[in-house]
Write a protein that binds this ligand. Structure first.
Ligand code: SAM
Length: 204
């Protein structure tokens, strides 16, 4: 699907969704503060280019690690032919919102899409990216700007187990590991401002 069509669908699905407010309210209810829960979103134009850079292939599996209200997952599904697009999000309220948007997408749009697209899967998991299994993925996105050092080091430890050829797109942070090769570093405009986006391929 072309970007303009995808944006029209996304704008409609998210017209009444404010991820910043949902995240702030969810965090207030927690007994602890976690900098990694800081909210921010992709923008469709930037995300399209970011994904194009890693050349997604038909049938591959996409994961958004820390998926918020699910915009990146829905867009990845609309713009490319991933067999499966999954989001993993730790804050229950954000994940519930993603589930509600997905239900609306299925009800209002899925039957209007080409038959082949209708067979491709989308799902949202409420969980911690440190515990969930995502090793079957091919293309990963993580908006890791506020993932503090200790969390990020543990995260790199988990990414070491990905399959050779997997691509990992990281906002702001760098994936410093001999198992990964940088394929592109570029600046993109995201919901909160200009961000450096680093894309890697797993080489061993
Ligand atoms: C900057 S937001 C990105 C949202 C979405 N990926 C996007 O780019 O539009 C980062 C998200 O990661 C989530 N997060 C932080 N730590 C996490 C963890 N350990 N497991 C799962 N999600 C986490 C936060 O709650 C937040 O929704």
């Amino acid at each position: 699907m072309d970007l303009e069509h995808a944006k029209t669908i996304l704008n409609h699905l998210y017209a009444d969704v404010d991820g910043y407010t949902i995240s702030a309210q969810a965090r207030k209810k927690l007994s602890y503060e976690d900098k990694a829960h800081t909210y921010g979103e992709i923008t469709p134009d930037a995300f399209y280019k970011i994904l194009q850079d890693v050349e997604p292939m038909e049938g591959e599996k996409f994961y958004d690690l820390g998926s918020g209200t699910g915009k990146a997952v829905i867009l990845a599904h609309l713009l490319f032919d991933f067999a499966n697009c999954r989001g993993i999000e730790i804050l229950e309220e954000l994940n519930n919102t993603a589930q509600t948007v997905l239900a609306r997408f299925i009800l209002e749009y899925r039957q209007t899409l080409p038959e082949k697209k209708q067979t491709l899967l989308i799902s949202f998991i409420h969980g911690d990216i440190m515990n969930e299994n995502f090793l079957d993925g091919d293309v990963f996105f993580t908006h890791a700007t506020c993932f503090y050092d200790e969390l990020w080091v543990r995260m790199i430890g988990r990414l070491e187990y990905l399959k050779k050829g997997a691509r990992v797109i990281v906002v702001t942070r760098t994936l410093d590991s001999p198992s990964f090769q940088l394929v592109r570093r570029a600046e993109y405009s995201l919901s909160w401002g200009q961000a450096t986006v680093n894309s890697y391929v797993k080489i061993v």
